[in-house]
Write a protein that binds this ligand. Structure first.
Ligand code: FAD
Length: 323
């Protein structure tokens, strides 16, 4: 019998986020022939998404459009999503392992009494069923798990699973939002902390600064390098604690987890808590003036030097290639 897998979309400023396409691919890797994929899209004034939704490679798009859903609110989103779940009756639900996914997925799992596997970085078939790989011990090791029962809930780490590229013409269902009896959380204002053009968790290139940047001004050369490469700027906790940048840039065990194609660590020692947030990057470049710095142990390319000399030189060279 065919089953339904529901993917929970993430959208921002009228655009589907990249992680949505990766979650669709995760749903496809979790399905068998004949299974159907539905996409839940929650938000307010979603008309701008029409074109991108109309060509998605899923069978059905379920839209819940209400002013209450303009900004993420756990209770409102849990309520809207529960209505989609009621309509789609999915066997599995896939979220991005993003700030929203990390918050909402456990709420839905608890509501459905479902098993959950979080922060999945790879999916493969096996004789025991679909195997989900996820990091443990702050990225020091990986474990593989399967679901033993339904329904199940999955969150997938951004930038790890190839995005779904298929095109289709899904059926569209508008589901009316039913306001919960009381909303205990009220969003008064959303303060945009990062002005970065590229979302740090989805960036293909991350240029991260450590305590060695010495000041907020010291991030400027890193921002220029990130701009040239179309990437985002991140930071170690050392840099955040010193007040050189906002904590929203922190990468690591207690910060964001990033998996870019290229990670450039500038003046970062490579403490285990930092490495937990970036060790899965495809290529790691480390710039540090201490040749014994632990970051070099995990780096694919190491540059022993002063970031204030090396970073502007890299920017200049990349500018010639990219221009
Ligand atoms: P430092 O350790 O001070 O390293 C600076 C580096 O810059 C040195 O290697 C030095 O050789 C080099 N350097 C100095 N000047 C230059 C120059 N001009 N050019 C080139 N290189 C230069 N940290 C995180 O990053 N993320 C986390 O999420 C996180 N969570 C934590 C959670 C817990 C519970 C704890 C206890 C710690 C956590 N930390 C985290 C902190 C972590 O242990 C380190 O203290 C922190 O990562 C150090 O930051 P840093 O590498 O920028 O600074």
């Amino acid at each position: 019998m065919s089953k339904t897998i529901l993917v929970v979309a993430e959208q921002r400023d009228g655009k589907l986020r990249q992680v949505t396409y990766e979650a669709i691919q995760a749903a496809k890797l979790s399905s068998n022939e004949g299974d159907v994929i539905h996409l839940a899209v929650l938000g307010s004034d979603l008309s701008g998404l029409q074109d991108s939704l109309a060509s998605l490679g899923v069978q059905k798009v379920c839209i819940v459009d209400d002013a209450d859903l303009e900004h993420y609110n756990p209770e409102a989103y849990a309520s809207g999503l529960s209505q989609v779940i009621e309509s789609s009756n999915p066997e599995g639900i896939v979220f991005g392992h993003t700030a929203i996914g990390r918050d909402l997925a456990p709420v839905i799992s608890a509501k459905l009494n479902a098993g959950q596997i979080s922060d999945v970085t790879a999916i493969e078939d096996s004789v025991e069923g679909v195997l989900y790989t996820r990091p443990i011990y702050a990225g020091k090791a990986f474990e593989q798990k399967t679901f033993q029962s339904v329904p199940w809930v999955l969150t997938v780490r951004p930038n790890n699973i190839d995005a779904d590229q298929t095109k289709g013409a899904p059926e569209v269902e508008h589901i009316s939002y039913q306001k919960p009896a009381s909303l205990r959380t009220v969003i008064q204002e959303v303060v945009q902390k990062t002005s970065g053009k590229v979302d740090l968790t989805e960036a293909k290139v991350v240029v991260a600064g450590g305590r060695a940047v010495k000041s907020a001004e010291g991030f400027k050369p890193l921002e220029e390098l990130a701009d040239v490469l179309g990437g985002a700027v991140g930071a170690s906790r050392g840099a955040c604690d010193a007040g050189y940048c906002d904590y929203s840039l922190q990468i690591g065990q207690t910060g964001k987890v990033v998996t870019p194609e290229i990670y450039i660590a500038c003046g970062i020692s490579g403490a285990i808590q930092h490495v937990a947030g970036m060790s899965q990057s495809k290529i790691i470049v480390a710039i540090n003036k201490d040749p014994e710095a632990p970051i070099f142990k995990i780096a694919d390319y190491g540059i022993v030097g002063d970031i204030f000399e090396v970073v502007p030189q890299l920017t200049e060279e990349f500018r010639k290639v990219v221009a």
